[in-house]
Write a protein that binds this ligand. Structure first.
Ligand SMILES: [Zn+2]
Ligand SMILES: [Zn+2]
Ligand SMILES: [Zn+2]
Length: 90
């Protein structure tokens, strides 16, 4: 039996992941969940979805970290610390 979707929450019809807030982004292809649309955009390539843990900066520091949220794991863009001059040269 399905648990009812809490008020104000959104549920993915395929993987049953729920979330609240319009800022978050759920991928309908790989069903990973991102804390922001910009994070969602980062994992998406012309060839499809990338594994978030394979998305790295120029210096190969990871761009995402996963946090356990009430409704399941959420991929959050990690702060680049310590800052790296290599990456800042765009
Ligand atoms: Zn995806
Ligand atoms: Zn889903
Ligand atoms: Zn760097």
């Amino acid at each position: 039996m399905r648990t009812p979707t809490p008020q104000g929450a959104t549920r993915c019809g395929d993987c049953d992941r729920m979330w609240t807030g319009t800022a978050q982004a759920h991928c309908a292809l790989c069903h990973r969940h991102f804390s922001s649309v910009s994070g969602f955009d980062l994992h998406l390539t012309l060839d499809g979805c990338r594994e978030p843990w394979l998305v790295v900066r120029k210096c190969r520091a990871p761009r995402f970290k996963v946090v356990e949220h009430k409704y399941g794991p959420t991929w959050v863009q990690s702060v680049h610390e310590p800052p790296c001059t290599y990456c800042e040269v765009a």
